[in-house]
Write a protein that binds this ligand. Sequence first.
Ligand SMILES: *Cc1c(COP(=O)(O)O)cnc(C)c1O
Length: 226
Amino acid sequence: MSILENRNIIQQNIEVACLKTKRSPKDVNIVAVTKYVSNETTKEAVSAGVGHIGENRIEGLLEKKDFLSEMSVKWHFIGTLQTRKVKEIINHVDYIHSLDRLSLAKEIQKRADQTISCFIQVNVAEEDSKHGLAVKEVLTFVDKLKEYDRIKVVGLMTMAPFTENKEVVRNVFSTLKQLQMDIQKKELPHAPCQELSMGMSNDYVIAVEEGATFIRIGTDLVGKEF
Ligand SMILES: *Cc1c(COP(=O)(O)O)cnc(C)c1O
């Protein structure tokens, strides 16, 4: 199937999930995750109407951004970001999805030419294999970020565990939604926290039902070439 067909199927699934939960499909953005595909395939995704591209490797993002320089795209860095590599990427992205420690915040503050839209990565299920803060650490962390005027906390990001158990997955996403509402209640100017980055190929429908505003889709949208 073509990327356009894949996109249309995903869009239909988003619409069903939104209808079911009385949300507006306009509030759900698809981020095409292109880590397994070529520059050409990434271009096909943009031509199919996907305006957001996500990469988890610095080299991959810079290469694709260069290749697609004529096209209107928002660039998302979704991978683990090493502090010493911040300077290579920070002024080439629109969003960072993996802010999870103060040392990283400090380096972003030092290297960014302008305010960067950041998601705080939360390891809701506290899996050893995943990065991110525990839920109970997030409010304190958000408070500390007010010192860094180059960082705007636009939202929270999580990855659900790989499991067939849909209730486990749903519970992770609804926990992130609850945490978002707790942060919003504080009305912090540096942390509007209006977005939720959650849901991948195997669980995005549940994520949309639970409030996702950015879903990160690789396999089901652009496939896997390498
Ligand atoms: C690879 C990746 C995705 C997309 O995964 P698929 O299962 O291929 O849709 C989403 N988010 C992150 C952080 C990733 O690394």
